[in-house]
Design a protein around this ligand. Structure first.
Ligand code: TYD
Ligand code: MG
Length: 451
């Protein structure tokens, strides 16, 4: 029998990284068209020699010490889980102008201030532009070095000897020997691959900046996110100077933490009391406004929910929301109707979370219901009352995580009354000045507030 000819090349999808041994038009992995590119087979595989894998029980593996290097910026460290990790690679994404370069230059300066040598590699801006930013930020530290060139390979060669490096950005460099223009999927993958390989080999923490798409995800192939240890997203509304930093993925810590900054004249400053950002105590109580205490990572913050119901002659009333998912709004309206007798089918409903905050925490349910009931019954809720609890389809109020932390925050902010689930078990010691009202059912709360 004729011996099959051994393949010398294979084809890899530039989008998802799937491998095919034949050239096909449509990627078998992600279904994208025309994304397969030829690559040489690794030599051992081509020669048919595969080294036998060495088996080791997990329990006998040595645990390497986790070496954290604080970034010197508390909000950033909170999101990272305590600082950079040696050899760890972070991808920082965000809209143009949100402040990615500013944040990283500030981090370089803060680290340099703590005696670390830092390197900022830029393919986006000229040295002059960066010097201008550094002046604005008042950076005088010596240990912040700058490389602005197009030859990434040479610049990565300089990383050795540094204790922190930034590559700004993945989309602005082009590596020779790789197909495509700068920013194309194959180039972005190659640039990210080469940069992270350098960081891992030298044990230097590195941040790569990544552009994002209109949909808010990191531009370029999805594989970029698999290649790094941490993916951070930096966001903020154009009309506001507040910026939020979240981890989409974090191999070294939690993805729940939120970093809150304000962009000021001299750079990004931490917002240490975020409750006051999303909630401001007004002089009068208006129907439709209720305060919840949401948990962002380990941090409780007061969020103001606003609901407005407006009678409509049309058979299909509108449900519009910002900061609360519209499906969740519909579900809570259905629970209010069936379990509490509050009808909304002839009203348009608008719901909004003040300050542009987006609430994912189920503990916000009770405050959303309170705001809706208050608007539909046209009865204002006292301004010193807040709500913590999840609402189930049976109309029950369910306990949530870390209620005592949330109550402590409510007490600190001067709330006098808080509604929580009757199923909550709290520590014996109660924060000062706050009355806790426990309810089993949503209807109990609605009756008390809107009678
Ligand atoms: P930048 O860091 O260049 O954004 P990115 O790298 O994400 O594109 O930030 C640009 C914006 O931030 C720009 O509109 C100017 C503003 N800014 C300030 O308001 N204060 C400052 O101290 C700095 C440096 C920038
Ligand atoms: Mg930039």
């Amino acid at each position: 029998m004729a011996k099959a000819k051994r393949a010398s090349a294979r084809y890899r999808c530039a989008e998802c990284g799937a491998v095919s041994m034949t050239m096909v038009g449509k990627c078998p992995g992600c279904g994208a068209w025309g994304t397969l590119e030829e690559e040489a087979l690794p030599r051992e595989a081509a020669a048919g020699r595969v080294a036998g894998p060495r088996l080791e029980p997990v329990s006998s593996l040595a645990v390497p010490p986790e070496e954290r290097v604080p970034s010197g910026i508390a909000e950033l460290d909170r999101v990272l889980g305590g600082g950079w990790i040696k050899g760890g690679v972070v991808l920082l994404g965000g809209e143009p102008g949100v402040g990615k370069s500013t944040l990283l230059l500030q981090a370089c300066a803060a680290m340099a201030g703590a005696g670390h040598k830092t390197l900022y590699i830029s393919g986006e801006e000229s040295a002059g532009q960066i010097a201008h930013r550094a002046k604005r930020l008042g950076i005088r530290e010596k240990n912040v070095d700058m490389l602005c060139d197009s030859d990434l390979e040479a610049m990565l060669g300089a990383v050795s000897g540094y204790e922190f490096a930034v590559v700004d950005s993945v989309q602005s460099f082009r590596l020779d020997g790789e197909n495509g223009w700068a920013g194309s999927p194959s180039q972005a993958r190659a640039v990210a691959g080469r940069s992270s390989e350098t960081a891992k080999r030298l044990g230097v923490p590195m941040v790569m900046v990544g552009h994002i798409t209109k949909q808010g995800t990191i531009a370029g192939p999805k594989i970029l996110e698999h290649m790094v240890d941490v993916v951070l997203l930096f966001s903020g509304e154009r009309s506001s100077s507040h910026r939020l930093l979240r981890a989409e993925k974090n191999r070294f810590g939690s993805t729940d933490e939120l970093g809150i900054f304000e962009m000021e004249e001299g750079g990004l400053a931490a917002v240490t009391d975020p409750s006051h950002l999303y909630w401001s105590k007004g002089p009068v109580s208006v129907p439709g406004v209720a305060i919840g205490v949401s948990l962002e990572g380990s941090r409780p913050l007061a969020a103001e929910i606003q609901a407005l119901s407006c009678p409509t002659p049309f058979p299909y009333p509108k449900r519009t929301s910002r900061g609360v998912e519209v499906n969740r709004l519909q579900l809570l309206l259905a629970v209010l109707e069936r379990r509490c007798g509050i009808l909304s089918r002839s009203s348009d409903i608008y719901a909004n979370v003040a300050g542009g905050l987006s609430l994912q925490d189920p503990a916000a349910d009770l405050s959303i219901c309170a705001a809706l009931a208050s608007s539909l019954r046209d009865v204002a809720i006292p301004g010193d009352t807040c709500f913590i609890g999840e609402v189930g389809l049976a109309g029950e109020v369910r306990p949530v995580a870390r209620t005592h932390l949330r109550i402590r925050e409510a007490s600190r902010l001067g709330f006098k009354n808080v509604f929580i689930s009757a199923g909550e078990r709290l520590p014996a010691e109660k924060p000062p000045g706050i009355e806790i009202t426990k309810v089993f059912a949503l209807s109990q709360m609605v009756e008390r507030l809107t009678k």
